[in-house]
Structure formats: structure tokens, C-alpha cells
Design a protein around this ligand. Structure first.
Ligand SMILES: *Cc1c(COP(=O)(O)O)cnc(C)c1O
Length: 331
């Protein structure tokens, strides 16, 4: 099923992103593993967030926004992609980041600076109130006659979910072109929107795939709750008096929590080894915060026999390149 919402976007990402087979890894683990290069959605825009921003920023412009406020960690890929997209569209980006202002800007934050974002830095404790802080900022802008639009963390909300619903449709088309049927799709779970969007696409196309999300910081229970909430928000958007859509928790396929290590942005040794192995065998670089944990989880679970019935597995590379430099001591 498609819906009118799927077209309510501004095209920003360089799509369709390529799918190729990881020949050497596939030989090694005796399983066909393919990769979808969503790290190639752009350069400054690169990664998964731009797909969601196509929808969030469409709505921002519909709402006549001048300023876009969003948040994340100090090396947030999402904040950098938002800042870039805002500049492309003539909107002013205002970032609220968890962390301290560094002496030397690098990685994503350096790009944020070059893009001339307004940046506020919050401590971990202050950041607990982030939603209130964002609303307060918006009100301050309103007081000055400026219309601000808030994008929540990771653009993972009802509107943002259309990004990976749309990506799911893109994969269906690519399956036909390539003559391959993927049994499962694998993604990282950070704020939940990528996993949720893929699940929505899957549900509305008759559950053709198993969607597996690997948590990079947070329990299975925690993320199931978040994903179900934002999926329901998407369903509410597409429901009207003619269509009412029922929805229950059995509809999300699977979240794995065993490979998050000690939490968000805390990499571990086995993960780093997996990143180095993929680089050496395939010439593809993963990041230590997100994709490294996910891919490490996938390979380990394949070895444990958890993918016994899967022939063709599609791993989605969600990006993260600009965050790698912060972990140079680990390589
Ligand atoms: C944000 C991010 C993710 C997680 O995606 P969510 O939709 O937030 O769950 C994965 N990989 C990278 C590189 C990211 O920046």
C-alpha cells in the first residue's frame, strides 16, 4: 500500500543508493550478505538521517518555518545532516547539542561550524529536559516574530518514519531489478526511526521480510516501546475517517540488544576488530558508534546460527563517517 504521505517530501538524498554483494565476507561466513549504501546519500548530507529529513523539512516549509531547531550529541550525524539540508533550503539551523564546546572543532561539529549553525551546548543532566528546552526555544523565536520548527532527536517521529518506509519501497524495486529476494533487512537502532520506517514499509506490503534492528545503546524493551509509539504516530497521520488502521506490537519484527556494549558511543574491542576486518576485506568503512556495533552483531549472530534460514541478508549502511575521527585512538 502506498499513501499520499509518501509523496510529501523534498528530494534531498542521492537515491536510489546502490546495493552490492559483500563477496569476501559472504565467502567467509558462508551466507550471502549484501550492503545498501545509505552512507552514500550525499557528502555533507550522508547517512540515514537525510531520508527522514526529506519529510520533516517538507513539513517545516509547509509550516512557513524560518528556523529549524534540532538536537543530538555533540558529534551528531543527524544534527550535521539537518544543518546541511537547512542551508540548501534557505532555512536557518539551530542545534542544541549534548556535550561541551571543544577548543578544536572536528568531525560533524566542524561541519556544523562551517555551516554557521547557531549552537547551544548542554550538559548530560540539562539534556534530560531536551523536549522542554526545544519548545522553550521555539517560543522565544515566536516572541521575536520568527517561526521555528522542531525536529526531535534523529528525526525519529511520525513524519520522519516515512523516510525509511520510502527506502523500503526503493529496496522492493531494487529486488526486482537485481533478481534477488532478501530474506531479512538489518539496521542499527539509535533513535528508532530507521527500524520503524522499514517495519511500516514491510507491514503495508504484506510482511515480505524479516526486519532486524541492532540496538547501539538501550534495551530491546526500551526500543520496542519507542518504535511502537512512533509507528503509531505515523499510522495516525495516514488514518482518516475512511481508513482506520489497526496496529499491534506483533507487527515489529525483531530488536537485538546484545551488541550495544556499555552504551551509546562506547565502542568495544570485538566491534573495532569487525570494523577493521570489513575495511580490509571489502574496502568499506563502518563507524564505531552505530554501524560497527550492528554489523558486528550480525556476523556474530550468523555464526551462532540465528540466520540459519536466511539466504540473502541485506545490511543497511546508515553512515556515520564524520564521527570516526573522534575514535582515532581505537584504530
Ligand atoms: C542516527 C544513526 C543511526 C540510527 O538510526 P535511527 O533511525 O536513529 O535509529 C544509525 N547509523 C548512523 C550512522 C546514524 O547516524
Amino acid at each position: 500500500m502506498n499513501n499520499e504521505w509518501i509523496n510529501k517530501r523534498i528530494k534531498l538524498a542521492h537515491t536510489p543508493t546502490p546495493i552490492s554483494k559483500l563477496e569476501n565476507i559472504s565467502n567467509k561466513v558462508k551466507k550471502n550478505i549484501y550492503i545498501k549504501r545509505d552512507d552514500l546519500t550525499g557528502l555533507e548530507l550522508s547517512g540515514n538521517k537525510v531520508r527522514k529529513l526529506e519529510y520533516s523539512l517538507y513539513e517545516a516549509i509547509q509550516n512557513n518555518a524560518d528556523v529549524v531547531i534540532t538536537c543530538g550529541a555533540v558529534q551528531s550525524n543527524h544534527a550535521r545532516a539537518t544543518a546541511t539540508a537547512c542551508r540548501m533550503l534557505g532555512l536557518t539551523p539551530h542545534l542544541v547539542l549534548r556535550g561541551v564546546k571543544p577548543e578544536l572543532y572536528k568531525g560533524n561539529l566542524l561541519l556544523d561550524k562551517i555551516l554557521d549553525c547557531k549552537i547551544d551546548y548542554l550538559s548530560d543532566t540539562e539534556f534530560l529536559d531536551i523536549n522542554k528546552i526545544l519548545v522553550h526555544l521555539k517560543e522565544e523565536y515566536m516572541g521575536k516574530g520568527i517561526n521555528a520548527y522542531i525536529i526531535p532527536v534523529g528525526a525519529s517521529n511520525g513524519v520522519g518514519n516515512f523516510g525509511y518506509w520510502n527506502a523500503y519501497n526503493e529496496i522492493l524495486t531494487q529486488e526486482k531489478e537485481l533478481g534477488i529476494k532478501f530474506s531479512s533487512m538489518i539496521t542499527t537502532v539509535g533513535s528508532g526511526g530507521t527500524f520503524s520506517g522499514l517495519n511500516l514499509g514491510n507491514i503495508f506490503n504484506g510482511n515480505l521480510h524479516k526486519i532486524v534492528g541492532y540496538s547501539i545503546g538501550g534495551s530491546k524493551e526500551y526500543f520496542e516501546k519507542i518504535c511502537l509509539k512512533i509507528m503509531r504516530d505515523t499510522i495516525d497521520l495516514i488514518s482518516n475517517d475512511k481508513v482506520s488502521i489497526s496496529f499491534n506490537s506483533n507487527m515489529i519484527t525483531s530488536i537485538e540488544e546484545n551488541y550495544q556494549g556499555d552504551g551509546y558511543a562506547i565502542p568495544y574491542k570485538e566491534e573495532i576488530e569487525t570494523i577493521k576486518m570489513l575495511a580490509k576485506l571489502e574496502g568499506i568503512i563502518l563507524d564505531p558508534v552505530y554501524t560497527g556495533k550492528c554489523f558486528h552483531g550480525l556476523l556474530t549472530d550468523i555464526n551462532l546460527g540465528k540466520y540459519e534460514n536466511d539466504n540473502n541478508i541485506l545490511f543497511i549502511h546508515t553512515g556515520g563517517h564524520f564521527g570516526i575521527e573522534s575514535f582515532s585512538n581505537l584504530f
